[in-house]
Design a protein around this ligand. Structure first.
Ligand code: C2O
Ligand code: CU
Ligand code: CU
Length: 533
């Protein structure tokens, strides 16, 4: 085992894997004991009420109704909720007399959507609608860019099923910085399955159905130096919906949390625990591409950058005054599988296993406190069928091998880095392909995302033990692999086979991209053009 890896594991255990010795003095206590839980956000901080999106303002729910909605990429005003959260930029919008920053776009299937990006930034930008099946012109993958004062008009039809999607900038090389400064937002699509679930469980958005946007932040401004380009930009604190140390008052009923990992690079191992430290299971009901066929009881789930999970938490057995924590549990981030191949990288490793952050990836941390404040009579049941999942027919599929690795200072796909105008992946429309994505042992986890199409995970092979421990079937799949996906985390040494149906309703050649959603890897070129002919 390389020495930096041993040092890292030692540090992980000091952080709480094997006791409290180091944690008591840490600025970020872990939840090893009830007394540590009492001041879980540190002695000089107090839990704050979780920010919940309303019908205006920061993350406010906006229903486009035919009129063009203009998103102005602009500095946020001091004093508003986005600025209070520490963001300096936002997508500022005004619709039907209401003001928004980073509006949650609430869309219906088959709806025509007209949006416009107007930029006031000093650098080029463009918006990508992550997860939406739109043509290349509307995809915003970075082939067209908008300069300061410029505008870009989007006009598309909603073809996706119900799910939580999102939007963020996509100018190649500048995505990480712009997203980090505050350019991001949610897209919610509601179809009949979605409506059936809400009515079965009496879920009300903003009350019992709440989005949780996870983002880790640093005090210092964004900078992607050599260490960040290799490992990704990691923050010291985790915000949820812009709130540091958030708590939420809950009643004894079922809650739905729709979780987006909007962090630049960090993966979380999410679970719930009681104040005494007992794990509390949840029901996974959806992933990137919407509802699963049926709910899956889980103790925990990994969620990588750009992934979404949809979970139900049943608080009916709780008593008044109980507290529950949503936490990220300890795991091996497996960054050090890679032998640093430059002296500078080796030095960076030896010096900071945390890669510039006081909160190493894989270190445990409480993220959200749920406080039981109200007793309710609630007798709803989770419907046994949530949606219909049709399997992609792979009987005629051709397989495309893709290898993830590091060489000459850059993360690569099939040994290549992104080049504008080049499309190393060419696909015939209407065909089904399986992609066998293999990550070298000498690597780190990569959250691979495809634009324009959803996919299904067929199998995972040679997964690391901490991943294989969560498998739910003989094909090595995780509960989060059972639904439609647009992003999948591929661990070092792992092979993941996915199925993609390249049927496309848009005429003419369409160009998309396939990339790692660790934004620093993406900006560094871990991305390939995909041409559908
Ligand atoms: Cu979240 Cu290329 O996108
Ligand atoms: Cu490292
Ligand atoms: Cu990556």
């Amino acid at each position: 085992m390389p020495t930096e890896r041993r040092a890292f594991l030692k540090m992980l255990s000091a952080l709480g894997l094997s006791g409290l010795a180091g944690a008591a003095r840490s600025a970020y206590p872990t939840l090893e004991t009830p007394s540590a839980a009492a001041d879980w956000c540190g002695s000089d901080h107090h839990p704050q009420p979780l920010f919940i999106p309303r019908d205006r303002g920061f993350l406010g729910r906006l229903r486009p109704d035919g009129e063009v909605v203009t998103l102005r990429a602009a500095p946020v005003r001091a004093g508003d909720d986005a600025a209070k959260a520490g963001f300096t930029l936002g997508y500022v919008a005004r619709h039907r007399g209401r003001d928004y920053v980073n509006p949650t776009l609430v869309l219906q299937p088959a709806q025509r959507v007209r949006l416009e990006l107007a930029s006031t930034l000093d650098e080029p930008t463009i918006v990508h609608w992550h997860g939406l099946a739109v043509d290349a012109r509307n995809d915003g993958s970075g082939m067209s860019l908008v300069a300061r004062g410029g505008r870009y008009a989007y006009d598309f039809e909603v073809r996706n099923r119900s799910a939580l999607y999102w939007y963020h900038p996509h100018p190649h090389g500048l995505t990480g910085g712009q997203a980090y400064r505050g350019l991001f937002g949610l897209i919610e699509i509601a179809d009949d399955d979605e409506r059936a679930l809400r009515s079965a469980l009496a879920l009300v958005p903003g009350e019992s159905e709440i989005p949780l946007i996870l983002q880790d932040r640093r005090g210092a401004p964004y900078a992607a130096g050599e260490s960040e380009q290799m490992h990704g930009f990691l923050g010291d604190t985790v915000l949820i919906n812009g709130t540091a140390c958030p708590y939420l008052d809950v009643a004894t009923r079922i809650y739905r949390f729709r979780i987006l990992n909007a962090s630049n690079a960090r993966t979380y191992r999410l679970g719930l625990r009681s104040v005494e430290g007992k794990p509390v299971p949840f029901t996974l009901i959806g992933s990137d591409g919407g509802l699963l066929a049926s709910g899956q009881r889980c103790d925990e789930a990994f969620i990588a950058a750009a992934e979404r999970i949809d979970v139900l938490v049943d608080m009916r057995d709780a008593t008044l005054g109980d507290r529950l924590f949503l936490e990220t549990r300890a795991f091996d981030p497996m960054h050090l599988e890679m032998a640093p191949n430059t002296a500078a990288a080796a030095a960076a490793h030896a010096e900071h296993a945390g890669h510039g952050s006081a909160f190493a990836e894989g270190a445990p941390r409480a993220l959200l406190e749920l406080r039981v404040r109200e007793r309710l009579v609630y007798d709803r049941k989770i419907p046994p069928r949530l949606s219909t999942m049709q399997s992609v027919d792979v009987s005629k599929a051709e397989e495309r091998p893709l290898r993830l690795g590091f060489a000459k200072g850059r993360w690569r796909i099939n040994d290549k880095v992104f080049a504008m105008g080049e499309t190393p992946i060419e696909v015939k429309r209407g065909t089904v392909e399986t992609w066998l994505i293999r990550n070298y042992f000498n690597s780190m986890p990569h959250a691979m995302h495809l634009h324009g199409f959803r996919f299904q995970v067929l199998e995972r092979q040679t997964s690391p033990d901490q991943v294989a421990a969560l498998k739910v079937d003989a094909r090595g799949r995780l509960a989060t692999d059972l639904g439609w996906k647009d992003t999948a985390l591929i661990w070092p040494g792992e092979s993941v086979r996915i199925a993609i149906d390249f049927t496309l309703p848009f005429p003419g050649e369409q160009t998309y991209v396939f990339h790692c959603h660790n934004m620093e890897h993406e900006d560094g070129g871990m991305m390939l053009g995909v041409r559908v002919i």
